[in-house]
Design a protein around this ligand. Sequence first.
Ligand code: ZN
Length: 310
Amino acid sequence: MTVNLEDTPFKGNGIPLIDNKKEIFNYFDSLAAKHLIVLPSLIKNERMYKGVLTKMRTEFGSPINYYLNLGDESIHMNDLLGRPLQMNYAGQQCLNCGKDRKIYRMGHCYNCFYELPQTADWVIRPELSKAHLDIEDRDLAYEKEVQLQPHIVYLALSSNIKVGVTRKTQVPTRWIDQGATSALEIVEAPNRYLAGVAEVALKEFVADKTNWRQMLKNEVAEEDLFEFRDKLSQHIPEEVQPYFLSENTDKWLLDFPVHKYPVKIKSLNLAKTPEFRDTLVGIKGQYLIFENETVFNVRGNEGLVLELTT
Ligand SMILES: [Zn+2]
């Protein structure tokens, strides 16, 4: 192949006419496409990762650190802020059976979702837990291990104030995943069932859902978590009262790595838009936030096979 330098972004002596790296790369891309040459992405300092999406691992800090595991790699997502990312859809793969079946819910195919102990109803609705009664749902050994350990009932501010339940070992991961900016533990129960009973009672007076659009726009209600806890104390059921943390003064504050919050949110569905490219400007909850106000829910897309170019 011969290239006429007159047609290139270079002068005859090889000095670029344009000093915009991107334009030069674009030129080589178009040249490569014309001549069906695959340019090694190393030339562009780009790296390609491919793997099945699972929720980002996080580390508490100021700001919070996010890591995405793809294939054998762990990508520190904070390092990619301010840089363009390309995401390509490359299929679906169940997190349990590994088959390329359509993902039904929570990263699992239909069959696995209705068989596995970790996707049973009590996971979403803790009050349905029965391991403390020695009653099996799907796998008693698993249920005992997960349910019969300290659980926290908390108040958190992600958009409006909300109540929730998590295993104590999931503090503060659970709040990071929700995009809460502050949180307060109000009950520490010895098992999942009792925490669930408290949550059900408190749901009468406080929301149990996050408005994810408001959370991403950083529209957070100004509420006093301590005041709310004191108001709710009378509604904590009798059997949970001994575990009420009426004196707890440790409020958690969470600092997310976001350079720019979106005003109008567009949600990315990679199965429908299999190619996406834009600059990453923030990470909050389990969402990637892009410059053009598109957001991508990593957790909501578990099981999707992703090609990521950074
Ligand atoms: Zn499966």
